[in-house]
Design a protein around this ligand. Sequence first.
Ligand SMILES: [Zn+2]
Length: 325
Amino acid sequence: MHCVAALFLSCLVLMPGVVLGQAASVQDVPLLFPGSKNPMKKWQTERIAEGVYGFRYTFYRNIFIVTDEGVIATDPMNAEAAAVMRREIRQITPQPVRFVSYSHSHWDHVSGGKLFKEEGASFVAQKGCAENFVENPHPDVVVPDITYGDRYEIELGGKSLEMLYFGPSHDSCLVVMVVKPANLLFMVDTANPPDGWAMFYNPAVSEDRVWHMVPFFSRVQALVEARGIKTVIGAHMTMGIDPLTGRFGIIPGTQGPATVIAERLAFWSALIDVVRAELAQGASPGDVPDRLVERRVLAEQISGYEPEKMHILLRRITSYAITGE
Ligand SMILES: [Zn+2]
């Protein structure tokens, strides 16, 4: 589980009287989560811009781009989600899916692309993802046909999807995606609009490079400023007050202001700064997480602050600060 939404998946409850369908005949079952007053449809396809769509399946989201020469898709998520997505695309265009671009290497986002492979799509991923799939293969992950280093752009039918690699972050190969000409930024597992100060969903994800989040987000912020990007699409949702309904629950909104990037940069910078400050004051490294959690440092700024998660994050950051490991 590698995402904000994953936090909630284990406690998912279905509305009474409904049964999940099999993959071949997936039922659109409303989802309701403990504490949430906003039941959601199981999936939803949303037009974001001309030829640009967001496809949400449970708490996961990808985007796809429709052109007169074919479709550019992103993370297929899993076989069931991909089958539903294929149906949704067919309702919009008869064009085939020509490309599938992976955001990173985690199976919960990039499984299930086989049906797109069978219709002839080329799979595109940062080269580090291809290495991860060799070291840690999964039978439902289609391995990429095209790999790249720092940048790759898929151009099709007057639109394009540009992938940019800014170094390690949530794994070794995560990229950010820019949709052109709409100038939208698609971020997976690293920032979910609208709240850049949301508590990190799972601080124990082994691949997360907590120390590298600051250079990563600095580069994303520089991109946002250089390109004049105003809108970010997130791959997950957060809990909070839905601005549309005023009710607490899942905020289903697809898009948010690009300020979420600066906020996330500030979030990670603040975590590192408080550890450094504590060490500078002579605290024993082993005591740093306890001292910061006991004083509830940053608890007011971080929405959904959880002391246990904070403690794990602070331990990891302290370790890197004093040993580089
Ligand atoms: Zn992930």
